[in-house]
Design a protein around this ligand. Structure first.
Ligand SMILES: [Ca+2]
Length: 298
């Protein structure tokens, strides 16, 4: 495991620059307002008016004391076999843990100083600290791709939701994306406890090319070992993925956002299942923003 030559502070600054949600004038007119039926579950989210706590931003940091029994992961039956989901989707079925204790034993940067610190290895046996929730739905096996098989990037939450709707699907709810990534075993990385950039597309360096973010996207079918416990591919790395936040995010200037990003892109980022990137509004788009869709299971 090599540490990136990019200083974490540089990363944070770069992420901040990338995270600028300033919207070009007139852009809002080019994209339709998200309607309630673009993402049906959004209507279920509570209308919280407080700024999310740190635990909501980084749930893996939250420690609770109520023990929960260990659950042995049961792989969902192949969707093709049950007919519950279209052929390009995976049936996700099981009991999701909303709050998990996943201690990191080896940080690559100091998490007290760097909110985007990377974890080289988590302690075994993550434990569930809340009552589990039964879930059943379909999720795209692969990231949304263009005709050339490359992940669609530079797309806003609003347009991603519209594309999903045009396919008879919807943008994934945050908790749906999370459960598809970590499974009942609450795996910190979709593929296990140890960070492994040989499996997925992250930890790329030399991220700036002629003043722009260098494009290290790979075909959505690449990295065949970058699989979640349910067999969903490239959830972390490659392209960052829009989701509908479980709780709307309120900026400190009072703006409400339903848009979150999961999994990170090709840079040396957190690239694990639990974190969600906030503060990017529903019209924000840059090269690294993509998506995959979810749908109801039959
Ligand atoms: Ca991804």
């Amino acid at each position: 495991m090599h540490a990136s030559s990019i200083h974490p502070l540089m990363l944070a600054l770069f992420a901040t620059a990338l995270g600028s949600c300033e919207m070009p004038q007139g852009e809002q007119n080019l994209e339709s307002e998200p309607s309630a039926d673009l993402a049906p579950d959004a209507s279920l989210t509570p209308a919280a008016v407080e700024t999310p706590s740190a635990a909501e931003v980084d749930p893996e940091q939250q420690l609770m004391t109520t023990p929960a029994p260990q659950v042995t992961a049961a792989k969902a039956p192949a969707a093709e076999a049950t007919g519950a989901c279209p052929a390009d989707m995976v049936l996700i079925q099981g009991k999701h843990c909303p709050v998990v204790d996943q201690p990191c034993v080896t940080w690559m940067e100091d998490p007290a100083k760097f909110p985007y610190a990377r974890c080289a290895e988590f302690a075994p046996n993550p434990t569930c600290k809340a009552e589990r929730v039964s879930m059943r739905y379909c999720i795209d096996r692969l990231e949304a791709a263009d005709d050339g098989g490359m992940p669609i990037g530079d797309i806003s939450w609003t347009n991603a939701a519209a594309i999903c709707k045009s396919k008879g699907k919807r943008l994934c709810q945050e908790r749906e994306w999370l459960f598809a990534c970590e499974g009942e075993e609450m795996s910190p990385y979709p593929y296990g406890l140890k960070r492994d950039p040989s499996l997925c597309n992250f930890e790329k360096e030399n991220l700036v090319d002629k003043g722009e973010l260098a494009d290290y996207r790979q075909p959505v079918t690449s990295n065949p070992q970058c699989l979640s416990p349910f067999g969903v591919q490239n959830m972390v790395g490659n392209i960052d993925e829009w989701v509908v936040l479980d709780k709307p995010y309120w900026t400190n200037w009072g703006k409400k956002m339903n848009s979150g990003l999961k999994g990170g892109w090709w840079g040396p980022l957190r690239n694990r299942c639990r974190p969600v990137t906030l503060d990017h509004d529903e019209y924000f788009h840059e090269l690294q923003t993509g998506f995959r869709c979810c749908a109801e299971a039959k």
